[in-house]
Ligand binder design. Structure first.
Ligand code: AZC
Length: 835
């Protein structure tokens, strides 16, 4: 190469240069050397990859210095164990958190490209189902921003949550191929692989010192390989690691089988091992008997704990002090087998006495519960558990025996209580109760909103609460303002910053300063103008992708979340049909034009949820094509709702639908994202709605529906939906219209399961809440017409959402559960090999 050529593509040696020209050359350089392309033949995705690698280079010094820092010092590290991390696309948030968005935009423009087009190329890592996985992602981001030493441990699913397509209005699941073009945001670390054992049997023996011990002789071994992803904090050097594990065959070939001519048998073993981390299980599916799911859980938990022990010992730590190095949080019960695995590692492998090991374990773990739904409480059939994890079952028996001895004293031998508390459910077929294991093995147990935490104490974990009231806490969820305001709503962010400065980004409570502008005409006008512009963008997108014309001045009434009966998307549909009937009855009726927007996936095996999607799309088809109503009501179902697709949705909402049956939604986090972006909420007293309403003021929240107490009373007194159906004419008319085949081309069978479930059973009390909901919606419509009032309410919603930052939530976890403190990371020019 001539000197001239070298100069034209080389970048500064440390690859950290941030000059626009340097960035432009770095992108060209990566395109050439990593993608093997030159601009004329490069695809947009090639450019995206070149840019992603350019950005990755620039975060490496922070990342490596962060790792070095944690290894060296006697710092306590948070280990967040979660089967799901729903990160969303990396590039946009990394540009923002590194503070280089504008530079990069310019450099990309100088290369003749638009940053937005490149951002749109990214396939998001859909390694989660919904709220629980997304919460884990917000928490990782806040941990980094708050400079808390932390590592996330999870599973590198080859196929994340399925992509949703709509065919003929039905959900069709399509495999998520997020890795097909490679993933620039991860670094595999095969040198840090660990072995995970499964099956087989146990055997007692006496060790050299004459002590009784147990060894586990597994039937098979799988290798866990870590893949590390950097999580960049906002305007800090701290860049934490998300370490996701992939399963591989322990030997890439079983040579014995190979030599015997059993080539396919040898390959089978490899395939079997790699299957372990192939696919994310959708929630809302019965998991009992899904051995692979238990294998996944044990696999990543064992990898994580072995990794932590290695790190701890590598830094010269004593295992009796393991809990001083790591605070491990169990994100729901999916990683709960960690309690038994840590005991096994400490007692069997590292020969700690049981009591010392138990002390360490209990001090190490905290447990967060995310749901009260009985069907979601994990329990594993004993035979399945015992055949996969024979040693862990013995350990669980031992934990259980000691625990029940303790409980027996407390409950004076009340045998019913003891049966309820036991780690083993023996009421019929025998099961291991994972929530019980997590409670017994943890020093702190928390729910995710005040109401939810209270209900935990009164219902599913009542007996544990009686035993250990001091273990119970509440940690109301939060969302990161970086992704959920700064990134997704740049216009509003700028307006806010112009008025109150930039501090709100890391101190969300600062938004309260906006209260001063709530009545300010000029500010109101700007606020409205931005909402209008964002709605126009979404309308354009809907026009282009779905060919539906919507009116940006209509009330955008949005419900986006997983499709589930308890979330009651079909209650929303009953409102739409009610409005439709009103217009048909009285074509000149004066109603506020509304655009109803839905989005969300249904679990593939959840028939009723899939039927709910079909009823939404069927009503949409009729309403949108009825010339009499379509200028006043439009219904849109956004396909493939995921983090990427959600980002333009929250800012465009006027009204946020949070209408679950009281007592069913643990917290909700979408409710927070909407309100933060200035939407008003119509909601029940459920989950975090209660606290949101308190925060924004009851007068700025549309409340309706039965309270938990009323729900309980109604159910106890024998709820009969049929009565409600008969005595509420509008309701009856709406349901009858569905039943008549009106929305299904005359097919009266199609929606029968849904209608029958409502009028004969209605476990989620839609019919009981219907009238209150409709009345409340009427109030919403009236209020929307009072433009200034609505705008003031909208401003006050944003202004008062400070509490719902994930920074606040993480600070509380740090103080009350993990006992960790921030450490600031200093940048050194390069990381030395001996560091
Ligand atoms: C969800 C809860 O349903 C939701 O209310 C809460 O906000 C969220 O967790 C975060 O705490 N639970 C799940 O998503 N559960 C699973 C198994 O995915």
């Amino acid at each position: 190469m001539t000197t001239e050529q070298t100069q034209s593509i080389q970048v500064e040696d440390d690859r950290s240069g941030l000059g626009i020209e340097t960035l432009r050359r770095a992108i060209a350089d990566n395109l050439f050397y990593l993608q093997g392309k030159w601009p004329e033949i490069a695809t947009l995705n090639d450019f995206y990859m070149a840019l992603a690698n350019t950005v990755r280079d620039r975060l490496m010094p922070r990342w490596l210095n962060t790792i070095r820092n944690y290894r060296r010092s006697e710092v306590r590290v948070v280990a967040y164990l979660s089967a799901e991390f729903l990160l969303g696309p990396h590039l946009g948030i990394k540009l923002i958190n590194l503070g280089i968005e504008e530079l990069v935009r310019q450099a990309v423009a100088d290369s003749g490209l638009a940053l937005e087009d490149l951002l749109a190329q990214e396939e998001e890592p859909g390694l989660g189902n919904g709220g629980l996985g997304r919460l884990a992602a917000c928490y990782m981001e806040s941990l980094a921003t708050l400079e808390i030493p932390a590592i996330g441990y999870g599973i590198r699913y080859e196929f994340g949550i399925f992509d949703q397509e709509l065919r003929d209005g039905w959900q069709v699941e399509v495999t998520d191929k997020w890795l097909q073009y490679g993933n620039p945001w991860e670094i595999p670390r095969p040198e840090s692989a660990v072995m995970v054992r499964f099956g087989g049997r146990t055997e007692a023996y006496t060790d050299d010192e004459g002590a009784y011990r147990v060894r586990w002789i597994p039937a098979r071994v799988v290798k866990g390989v870590p893949y590390d992803t950097p999580i960049v904090g906002y305007y800090v050097n701290t860049t934490n690691t998300l370490r996701l594990w992939r399963a591989e065959a322990a030997e890439s070939f079983n040579f014995q089988a190979f030599n015997q001519g059993d080539y396919y048998g040898a390959v089978d073993q490899k395939i079997y091992s790699e299957n372990l981390t192939k696919v994310l299980y959708p929630n809302d599916e019965p998991l009992q008997g899904k051995q692979l799911r238990l294998e996944q859980q044990y696999f990543f938990v064992s990898c994580a704990l072995q990794d932590m022990i290695r790190l701890h010992r590598g830094a010269g730590g004593d295992l009796r002090q393991f809990h001083q190095k790591f605070a491990v949080q169990l994100n729901d019960t999916h990683p709960a087998v960690a309690v038994a695995e840590l005991m096994r590692l400490l007692v069997d492998e590292h020969r700690l006495p049981w009591d010392a090991a138990w002390e360490v374990s209990q001090s190490t773990f905290g447990f967060t519960n995310h749901t009260l739904l009985p069907e979601a409480l994990e329990k594993w059939p004993l035979p399945l558990f015992g055949s996969l994890l024979p040693r862990h079952l013995e350990i669980i028996y031992e934990i259980n025996q000691r625990f029940l001895d303790q409980a027996r004293v407390h409950f004076l031998g009340d045998s019913q209580k003891l049966a309820q508390l036991s780690l083993i459910d023996e009421s019929g077929e025998r099961y291991v109760r994972m929530a019980h294991l997590a409670c017994v093995g943890s020093h702190a147990i928390n729910g995710v909103a005040e109401l939810h935490s209270e209900l935990l104490k009164q219902t599913v974990l009542k007996d544990f609460y009686q035993l250990w009231p001091q273990k119970f806490q509440n940690k109301t969820n939060g969302v990161t303002p970086r992704r959920w305001l700064l990134l997704c709503n740049p216009r509003l962010s700028q307006l806010i910053t112009e008025h109150i400065g930039t501090d709100w980004v890391c101190q969300l409570e600062q938004l309260r300063q906006l209260e001063a502008y709530a009545e300010d005409r000029e500010f109101q006008r700007q606020w409205r103008q931005i909402k209008r512009a964002v709605k126009q963008d979404l309308a354009d997108h809907i026009q282009q992708t779905l060919n539906i014309a919507i009116n940006p001045d209509s009330l955008f009434d949005i419900q986006v979340k997983r499709i589930h009966e308890y979330k009651r998307q079909h209650l929303n549909v009953l409102h739409i049909i009610t409005l439709y009937n009103r217009i048909r009855r009285n074509p000149d009726i004066d109603i506020v034009p509304r655009t109803f927007i839905f989005g969300g996936k249904a679990a593939p095996g959840y028939i009723m949820a899939k039927l709910m999607i079909k009823v939404i799309t069927s009503v949409a088809e009729v309403v949108n094509n009825d010339p009499q109503v379509c200028d006043r009501i439009k219904v849109v179902f956004l396909p493939d709702y995921n983090v990427t697709n959600s980002q333009p949705v929250y800012p465009a909402a006027d009204l946020s639908e949070q209408i679950s049956t009281a007592g069913k939604e643990a917290s909700g986090t979408g409710n927070m994202k909407f309100s933060l972006n200035g939407a008003l909420t119509i909601g029940t007293l459920d989950g975090a709605n209660v606290e949101i309403r308190q925060a924004v003021g009851a007068e700025n929240f549309f409340l309706f529906g039965l309270t938990i107490e009323e729900v309980q009373q109604l159910q106890e007194s024998g709820y009969n939906p049929w009565d409600y159906y008969n005595r509420t004419p509008d309701l009856k008319e709406a349901i009858n219209l569905i039943n008549s085949g009106f929305f299904s081309h005359g097919n009266r069978e199609l929606f029968k399961p849904l209608v029958d479930s409502l009028v004969y059973d209605d476990p989620y009390l839609l019919l009981a809440d219907y009238s209150a909901y409709i009345d409340c919606q009427d109030t919403v419509g009236q209020r929307f017409r009072e433009t200034d009032t609505w705008t003031r309410m909208s401003i006050l919603n944003s202004a008062r959402m400070g509490y719902f930052s994930s920074d606040r939530a993480i600070r509380e976890y740090c103080q009350d559960i993990w006992h960790v403190t921030p450490i600031s990371v200093q940048l050194k020019p390069y990381v030395q090999a001996d560091a």
